[in-house]
Design a binder for this molecule. Structure first.
Ligand SMILES: *[C@@H]1O[C@H](CO)[C@@H](O)[C@H](O)[C@H]1NC(C)=O
Length: 370
């Protein structure tokens, strides 16, 4: 009889900041253990992932049926990088509706393996519902966070407690987290927009109140972080969930795999050559990630400030809030007049559309501020 290999099922939320760390973890598990890995995602993301997988990888990519049109999302929007910011929460809600389909998918896997259950299901921080599915199927479940412990502990606590609600009412400007006082003082101005307007009745609050507490059904939490410098956040989750918390980082994709997983924009070679031409510790790196963007006025002010600072910078630009995130970036409209040309001619600033090789930029000796 053929040797039965243990199977690990992984399913990240449909966003680059989730898929890429999951892919890195999948490749690491594959390399260090003789496990079969089933990597689940929606059809468009799986198509993109096919070209990102190294040729010697046996990670199995499995499509879960999903049609964004069924969820009042624009056609073919299956990844946060193409979803307008105000619809991101709708993509989250749509992902939660995959519960029964995902359960079916794992049941099919068990059937195909002659009744052998997967060793483990590794789910996303946004997929609290998955812990319940695993429990029903008798499979161990772990949450995997591509983010570090401290930031996620703040995120978790703020969404569950909404401490800023009362503070705003009282006219205050900062608060402590009731179950995470170690985080110390947080200013209202530090909150992202969705959080600062959250009052418990908005879609984000409703989603998180439903699914974040489900983590308690999970067998443990994996963080792409290092215990030595992220202990405060990890201790929060140990206390809060009474679950094992494992710091398994840093898990990074190799350069070649990162290039394959990237999405156009500037090539690592181009950014490296540009950075090579700058003095050590002289370049600011500005990026808001592949899910977020900023308001038109913030964009305008940021451009003015960067120019006035006289510093070198790399800035990953995406259309501001209120504009089609998939449209072409209109420097003439959204940035000060002549800004783009001045930055190019003086070689002060490099504007990169949508996506930059962040790891290469951050690890370059010319970069000093993120
Ligand atoms: C998604 O559903 C819409 C409406 O039912 C349909 O027109 C479209 O072809 C479907 N897309 C895919 C990729 O199956």
């Amino acid at each position: 009889m053929a040797e039965k290999r243990e199977n690990v099922v992984m399913f990240p939320f449909m966003a680059q900041g989730h898929i890429i760390p999951f892919l890195a973890l999948a490749l690491l598990i594959e390399k260090t253990r003789n496990y079969k890995i089933t990597f689940v995602n929606t059809p468009f993301n799986i198509k993109k992932l096919r070209s990102s997988l190294p040729s010697d990888s046996c990670v199995q990519l499995v499509e879960i049926p999903f049609n964004s049109s069924d969820h009042d999302l624009p056609p073919n929007t299956e990844n946060c990088d193409v979803v307008p910011y105000h619809l991101v929460v709708q993509l989250l809600e749509a992902s939660a509706s995959l519960r029964p389909v995902f359960k079916q998918l794992v049941e099919d896997i068990i059937r195909q393996q002659d009744g052998q259950r997967p060793l483990c299901i590794i789910g996303d921080i946004f997929f609290g519902w998955m812990a319940g599915v695993a429990e029903e199927l008798g499979v161990f479940h772990a949450v995997f966070s591509g983010a570090g412990g401290f930031g996620l502990a703040c995120y978790y606590s703020i969404w569950l407690n909404l401490p800023h609600k009362q503070v705003k009412k009282d006219g205050g400007d900062h608060f402590l987290l009731p179950d995470f006082q170690e985080a110390s003082k947080i200013e209202l101005t530090q909150l992202p927009l969705t959080m600062s307007v959250a009052d418990g009745r908005d879609s984000w609050s409703i989603f998180h109140h439903k699914y974040l507490p489900e983590w308690t059904k999970s067998g443990g939490i994996l963080f792409n972080t290092v215990e030595e410098f992220d202990d405060i956040g990890l201790v929060y989750f140990k206390r809060k969930l009474s679950k094992p918390v494992w710091a398994v980082g840093p898990i990074l994709l190799s350069t070649e795999n990162r290039i394959r997983a990237s999405m156009g924009g500037a090539t690592p070679e181009y950014c490296k050559a540009w950075l090579d031409s700058k003095p050590e510790n002289s370049v600011l790196f500005v990026s808001f990630g592949s899910m977020n963007t900023i308001s038109p006025s913030q964009m305008m002010e940021l451009a003015k400030a960067l120019e006035l600072s006289g510093r070198h910078f790399i800035w990953v630009v995406r259309p501001p809030i209120g504009f089609d995130i998939n449209s072409e970036f209109k420097a003439n409209e959204w940035l000060p007049e002549g800004f783009k040309e001045r930055m190019r001619e003086s070689e002060k600033g490099l504007l990169v559309n949508k996506w930059a090789p962040q790891q290469e930029i951050l690890s370059h000796k010319s970069t000093c501020v993120f």
